[in-house]
Design a protein around this ligand. Sequence first.
Ligand code: COA
Length: 260
Amino acid sequence: MRYQNIKSELREGINLVVVDRPKKLNALNRETIEELHQAMADAELNDEVKVVILTGSGDRAFVAGADIAEFSQYTEEEGRELAAEGQRKLFDFIANFSKPVIAAINGYALGGGLELAMAAHFRLASDNVKLGLPEVSLGLIPGYGGTQRLPQIVGKARALELIMTAEMIDANQALQYHLVNHVVAQEDLLSFAFDIARKIMKNSLVAISTAIKAVNANYDPQLNGYEVEIEGFGASFATQDFKEGTTAFLEKRKPNFPGK
Ligand code: COA
């Protein structure tokens, strides 16, 4: 599939998805959200894709937010629809993705950019990043899940301070806030992300998918996460990966998971 605003390429089972509007600091307009949705939907269906890494093109920005020029004239109804459609098609879609999604934050991740990174399962950062939810400086609030995911990750008080001040934090503070798991030099960011992806791929991807569901259940008020865990634990016993993993352990060899 040909994209105008993103790039998507598969390398050794790892789907690298790059937001590619560097002149606009990779700001998310509707077309970019649609293309990201398409790339993620393809990655979900493609058995060759084991892990997805999301990043931004260039060395300045991951994503500098939703495209302000695009929505500046929107009505109340259009604004509501923008948030609802974006959350459904991209942000919730990524959070509930059945395969691991890693955000490799390579520069500014502001507003929708930080929300995109927070929808991923975990985040890595280069040492030049600036992260924030500056929406109130535009007379808005975060609309792509930021008011929910930021407090889940950093705690309510830190989230409210970041949202209220509209200020950016640097890589060290993001690490201290547990907003990113690791900080590396910018030139090492992608190879570091690929190394983590390769470590993940040695394990049972069926089990990983079940684990994502169980962890996510913790944040869904409609679900009892402990019950989801019990279900997933039980279901694991019926997989070929379980047979292979336990047999390999007992035979003192490395497992070769069929991924079923
Ligand atoms: N939406 C639309 N365009 C954006 C954008 C966004 N969120 N963020 C950056 N851009 C565009 C700029 O308008 C500019 O385009 P132009 O060259 O056609 O004028 C280009 O990207 C470069 O940005 P610029 O502001 O000139 O770079 P800078 O180095 O001076 O500042 C930022 C970088 C990130 C601090 C600044 O661009 C910024 O504050 N962006 C908006 C962040 C934001 O509020 N995001 C939340 C949106 S809800």
